[in-house]
Design a protein. Sequence first.
Length: 99
Amino acid sequence: MCVYYQLFGVISTLALGFNLLLLLAVLSMLQATLSLPGHRGDRPDARMAIDSNVLINERVREELRAGKSPQVAISEGYERAFATILDSNVTTLIAGLDC
């Protein structure tokens, strides 16, 4: 993501790292043991975060190509990606509950 999306990719990667750090911090505060099945559970979280970042970055890129200012492009990119991200996350939740 860093190479393809440049600055937005770097920011997205840092946000993903922070997301995983918060996940481990919460598990640590709960004194949870991170076993192999537990470690497998954080992979969908990372995949959903990466998928969301790619969707947002593509929408922002589309808005920038349309000639909008960066601030407007970011705002509208988030707005337009929200429904797709919500659908993807709900689908992942349903698939996870099905197991």
